[in-house]
Design a protein. Structure first.
Lengths: 323, 311
């Protein structure tokens, strides 16, 4: 560190992997300092942990019917009670998390990959026919209202597994593909706007002069500079997807029984809405709410960290403190 | 000129999207004839069903015929009942439009009100509380909120009906009363989204030099607020219009929960009876509303904000 004070210290160039890991670590620490981000992050970790560990947790079988214990109130044996056919609510709520999270993560992943790829390519080739073609396609997809098309897709192809060009598509896969593709335009527009501005920057011209290929410039120079707002958006979309999936399962068009899902559990509870059996509608709904809340809290925390106005204020404050 | 080009592009979008819808509706695992007539129908019966519904013609011709008929609000016949689909939509759609429009108006009023308060008290207690409230509002699934409202408001207090719609004929008060909970269920999410946007734009507008000048000149606070709102609201028009279109999707779920007569009943009935022309027609109508409201938003924004016109 203090080797020779007359020369500027030249940091060793970290490999891309360690740089990413270090960046992620810094990001998580910053997030934990934001109240909303910290609560959300803890909730997500718990949620993912419980969902992943469902098979090894000491839970009752979510499909087993304890006929003698139908509609049992929450208690020592059934922590969250049982439903009208005597299934254990706790294990159904936990197993339901798997379907929700898997569908959410898969759909958003498709949206992010498609959206950023298209936005980056169109942004880098701004003004060419590639740009025109890609962004016009996005405009078409953006004029499709998601929920009603999801309802129509399942309504038309049925809830059974279908075969398209020899590939078997389960109902969940169909929905993931549709939702993912319909998320692409929003994310593509966001990336496009950011990428277009970024491509004008001098460092991109410098990289071109150095002979870097377009792919390299876009992936290793432009992408890292614009990815943050995209990730905020993706986090918020995860919450939206969980609600969409639960809503579809609620009207019988999403995750199909016997697979436990929060939406289907709420649908079952509708018949009991006028009775004293409150737990059948409270717990699955609270599970949807808590998981969506977790992603929205993290999204809010991320946005606060990345907000340039706040950054400036923090920088001003530290400078003021130093002076 | 701008109106014309915008109209043309909306029309093009509609043609392309309707073609995609048409293609999706052909992706049925079993042919409509087989589905409607049953598995023991003879080849002759299937051929005559296909002829009757035009299914023996080339797909492009079928699409062309469907689209040109749909443009004159003729959506063909139901496979199941044989009735015209157009009148059925005309019967059920107004209920949904009413629910969505009331929710939209409530959303706009509440968002502007709450967003402005948050912006005026930037970083104050009210701002932080509204921020938390907005995150909660974004996270609560509307169908669960609907169930909770039925259980803990309608049922507990007995002031509001737990479901169903009181017709206009029984008095406006009772009619609107039966829509309070559904409208609330629909609006919470969009109030959360839009009030945050109003806040961001208002904070921006309030920090501009012209507001400082207006304050220095000693203009009344209300007047200053109007100036700020005039500059903060135009950029919200497109998001608001998109919300209007999306609300039709959520209305399908909310109508189910509150047992309201609307297009959702027709759509779900069509889905469970595998009545494809009806599904196709209803989805086309709602998609058209979505595209038209987005197109109108563009025009309105152009009028409100002259900067948009230049781009």
């Amino acid at each position: 560190m203090m080797a020779d004070s007359s020369l500027p210290a030249v940091p060793e160039r970290p490999s891309a992997m360690t740089a990413t890991a270090r960046g992620a670590g810094r990001f998580v620490r910053a997030l934990m300092r934001e109240p909303t981000g910290a609560v959300g992050l803890v909730l997500i970790v718990v949620l993912l942990g419980v969902a992943l560990c469902a098979p090894i947790l000491p839970l009752k079988d979510p499909l087993k019917l304890y006929i003698d214990h139908r509609l049992q109130a929450p208690g020592a044996e059934f922590w969250l009670g049982t439903d009208q056919v005597g299934r254990d609510m706790l294990s159904r709520v936990i197993w339901g998390a798997r379907a929700s999270l898997a569908i959410g993560l898969a759909a958003v992943a498709i949206g992010v990959v498609l959206g950023t790829a298209i936005g980056l390519i169109a942004g880098y080739k701004a003004g060419t026919w590639t740009d025109e073609l890609l962004m016009k396609t996005m405009e078409v997809l953006a004029s499709i209202p998601l929920l009603i098309w999801a309802i129509a897709l399942v309504g038309i192809t049925g809830t059974d597994t279908i075969h398209v060009a020899g590939i078997a598509l389960s109902n969940e896969t169909k929905l993931v593909l549709l939702i993912g593709v319909l998320y692409a335009p929003g994310l593509a527009r966001l990336t496009y706007g950011l990428a277009r501005a970024e491509v004008q920057a001098e460092y991109v011209a410098a990289r071109r002069l150095q002979g870097a290929s377009a792919t390299r410039i876009v992936l290793s120079d432009v992408l890292p500079n614009i990815i943050s707002p995209v990730l905020v958006q993706a986090t918020l979309l995860l919450g939206v997807t969980i609600i969409v999936e639960a809503s579809l399962s609620f009207i019988g068009l999403g995750v199909q029984p016997p697979t436990p899902s929060w939406g289907a559990m709420l649908s079952d509870s509708r018949a009991l809405i006028f009775t004293d059996f409150w737990w059948v509608s409270i717990f699955p709904g609270a599970a949807v709410f808590a998981s969506v809340l977790a992603f929205n809290l993290v999204g809010d925390g991320m946005r606060t960290i990345l907000d340039p106005r706040r950054r400036r204020r923090v920088a001003d404050a530290t400078q003021g403190g130093a002076a | 000129m701008r109106i014309f080009s915008r109209l043309l592009s909306s029309l093009m979008l509609l043609v392309v999207v309707s073609a995609m819808l048409f293609a999706m509706c052909r992706a049925t695992p079993v042919s409509p004839a087989r589905l409607t007539l049953g598995s023991d129908a003879s080849a002759d019966q299937i051929a005559s069903f296909n002829r009757q519904h035009g299914l023996d013609r080339p797909v492009v011709a079928q699409y062309g015929a469907w689209l040109t008929h749909a443009a004159t609000l003729d959506f063909g016949h139901s496979y199941v009942s044989g009735n015209d689909i157009g009148p059925e939509i005309a019967d059920t759609l107004p209920g949904t439009v009413e629910l969505v429009t009331l929710s939209f108006v409530l959303t706009l009023v509440m968002s502007i009100f709450l967003g402005t308060i948050a912006a005026l008290k930037e970083d104050g207690a009210a701002d932080h509380m509204l921020r938390i409230a907005a995150i909660v509002g974004l996270s609560i699934p509307s169908f669960w909120l609907g169930l909770l409202l039925i259980r803990y408001v309608a049922l507990k207090t007995g002031w509001l009906p737990v479901g169903g719609l009181v017709p206009w004929a029984d008095g406006i008060g009772a009619h609107l009363g039966s829509l309070i909970l559904p409208v609330l269920t629909m609006s919470v999410y969009y109030i959360a989204v839009l009030s945050r946007l109003v806040r961001t734009n208002m904070v921006d507008a309030l920090s501009q030099d012209y507001i400082r000048t207006a304050r220095a000149l000693g203009l009344p606070r209300g007047r200053i607020l109007v100036y700020a709102l005039k500059n903060a609201l135009p950029s919200l028009v497109s998001t608001a219009a998109m919300s209007y279109g999306y609300m039709f999707g959520w209305a399908l779920i909310v109508e189910q929960i509150f047992n309201l007569p609307g297009v959702s009943r027709a759509l779900l009935a069509a889905i469970f009876q595998r009545d494809y022309p009806a599904v196709q027609a209803i989805v086309l109508v709602i998609t058209t509303i979505f595209i038209v409201s987005n197109g109108c938003a563009d025009l309105v924004q152009g009028v409100l904000d002259p900067k948009v016109k230049r781009t």
